[in-house]
Ligand binder design. Structure first.
Ligand code: CP
Length: 325
């Protein structure tokens, strides 16, 4: 993504008007987002979770694709910070009558939202929309391009468990070809000094992946050796046209995470998955539900905190207790 399109300096240490991707963010900006989110975790564990940092501001969630985690956590995040949050139902909007993405954006813009949270099936659609509106835009996932808040919540989860990102060995396994989550995670982990291994069958791993500064493995057993974090990706069969795999049974045999393959990673390695999971396809229930090794529920918890941090920072209503680590 072009840095030029992302930047519109704001006062403070975050130099972007929108959050369209992780690519182009500096380590200091990522650290600011993570530290702000860390402060939000404690707020979310209190009985009274409500604050008024965003009082008077309007947030519109505009999801052109299905979502459970991202949409719900953005809604909770806005409400916990005191914003007025509107979930626009695409199914019941004038998009169904043929209104274009840009006309929809201009229509919503005329209602003066301060933040638009947008998920769209086409890579680049959120960036296009951001050029047409006056408020801040947050990318909640665009095609196979980026899902920046997912990478931030993954990083926060890892940092809280391991105390750092620098120097960790992180395996990202599975359907890289269709994964915006993997792309955002690679940008973030590289920026923060972690080492990334990509593990996937050749049909799900384009050759340009190596240019992202990762080590590529087609043999999962070799790729997992010594890893601190094993991040599984969902097999996105809804985005596959044609034969990428012989069968899901064969895929699980070679690329599904089970206890036997996990034993090759570092003995204290943690398991992650952005959700939704295909149990028995990319991950076995025994490891997904292992309360000592699996961080999947914790990722969801961190998602609310990260989205609160993004809202605070992009609206310039930053809390004070966010000193750099
Ligand atoms: N991880 C993620 O984006 O999940 P949802 O599709 O449920 O939002």
């Amino acid at each position: 993504m072009s840095r030029r399109l992302m930047t519109s300096p704001l006062p403070g240490r975050f130099g972007h008007k929108h959050l369209l991707g992780i690519e182009g963010l500096s380590p200091d900006e990522i650290t600011l987002l993570l530290n702000t989110a860390d402060a939000c975790v404690e707020q979310n564990r209190r009985v009274d979770k409500k604050q008024s940092h965003l009082r008077g501001l309007t947030q519109i969630n505009l999801f052109f694709e299905d979502s459970t985690r991202t949409r719900t956590s953005f809604e909770l995040a806005g409400k916990r910070l005191g914003a007025d949050v509107i979930n626009m139902s695409v199914q019941h909007s004038s998009i169904k009558k043929g209104e274009t993405l840009l006309d929809t954006a201009m229509t919503l813009n005329a209602m003066s939202p301060d933040v638009l949270v947008v998920r769209h099936p086409n890579s680049g659609a959120v960036q296009l929309l951001a050029q047409k509106v006056t408020g801040a835009v947050i990318n909640a996932g665009d095609g196979s391009h980026e899902h920046p808040t997912q990478a931030l919540l993954d990083a926060l989860t890892i940092r809280r468990r391991k105390g750092r990102l620098q120097g960790l060995l992180v395996a990202i396994c599975g359907d890289f070809l269709h994964s915006r989550v993997a792309r955002s995670n690679i940008y973030l982990l590289n920026a923060m000094g972690a080492r990334v291994r990509l593990i996937a069958p050749p049909t799900l791993l384009p050759r340009e992946a190596e240019r992202l500064g990762v080590e590529v493995f087609h043999d999962m057993r070799r790729g997992l050796a010594g890893c601190d974090i094993v991040m599984m990706l969902r097999l996105q069969q809804e985005r596959m046209q044609g034969a990428f795999l012989p069968s899901t049974r064969e895929y699980f045999h070679f690329y599904g995470l089970d206890a036997e393959k996990l034993a090759l990673a570092h003995p204290e390695a943690f398991i992650m998955h952005p959700g939704p999971m295909n149990r028995g396809v990319e991950i076995d229930s025994e490891v997904a539900d292992d309360i000592h090794r699996s961080l999947i529920a914790e990722q969801v918890e961190m998602g609310v905190a990260v989205r609160m941090a993004c809202l605070e920072i992009l609206t310039g209503r930053l809390r004070n207790d966010t000193g750099a680590r």
